[in-house]
Design a protein around this ligand. Sequence first.
Ligand code: AMP
Ligand code: MG
Length: 336
Amino acid sequence: MQTEIKQITPQTLAEAKHIILTGGVVAIPTETVYGLGGNAFDDEAVRRIFEVKGRPNDNPLIAHVHSDYDLSKIIDRDPPYAQKLRETFLPGPLTLVYPSTGKVSPYVSCGLNTLAVRIPSHTGAQAFLKEIDIPIVAPSANLSKHVSPTSAQHVYDDFAGKIPLILDGGVCVGGIESTVCDVTGDVPVVLRPGLITREMIAAVVGSCEEYVPDLKKGEKVKSPGVLYKHYSPRCKTVLYACERTAEALEFCRKAEGKVAVLCEEKIVEAFSKAGVAVLSLGDTETEMANRLYDLLREAERICDTLIAIEPQKKDGVMVGVLNRLRKACVSVDILH
Ligand code: AMP
Ligand code: MG
């Protein structure tokens, strides 16, 4: 199969619609990362997405709809605080998890009694979703466990020959996946951190909890995706806490093969002065979210070992950035 990258035009949207309505998958841009889209009502299309990605079949998918879509077609219980969150943050990088009504394919939620719904703000994603006007499941368009894609080229690198069409909407501004927030209970619970932070949600609806799975109690995990190793570049990785920069520098000096360091801008000099290749995450939390995946993909091109240093700031959007970085890289404490 030939894989084409095409700009979003009325013609390519019509082409994408035809592919989706005949059970195929199309990669689409969103404001967070690129997604691999398929018809949420079509069992075969949903199964095809799991197959193409190599995604474990207990890791549920998010249904994406456009901003004028009538949500009552797919959900029924909608607490007032969830409405408030939609009014405040959507369209945008926030996924809400509702009780399921069984309207979409059972393969979407992998046996959970909930359905995750997202309304992306990217104009290309909106145009695509409006053209098709049905819920589209769209997990991140990367091979399972690999780094999520923030450009059409990243998607091509993972899926050339496996999908027919990638709609090119430019580089994603957000850079990490949406915040996933459960709205099935009395208060919202963040299942996966992202650009819409727990503090931002609490400021709107009074409170917001963070989900920490306690598997020892035999509890069934609410969001299986949070357990997997994820987002990993195809090179050796070693992650250091920011207090251990001197130790990381020493590791660079002794390491064999090509080494690169991923760190925030303010400590770049310490490594570049020592002659080490540096991939800078930048200064601000939005810059770091925006650059993270592109740099992890760059790392696998340029080095054998990536030394990653955790940025100093740990709150706000950095909760999401650190969540991804810690799953992508192996902690030095585990290596030793
Ligand atoms: P991805 O599409 O690759 O960004 O991954 C989707 C994320 O949303 C994963 O972490 C899933 O576990 C989570 N998710 C999707 N549907 C549900 C659901 N019904 N309940 C809880 N988490 C979900
Ligand atoms: Mg993913």
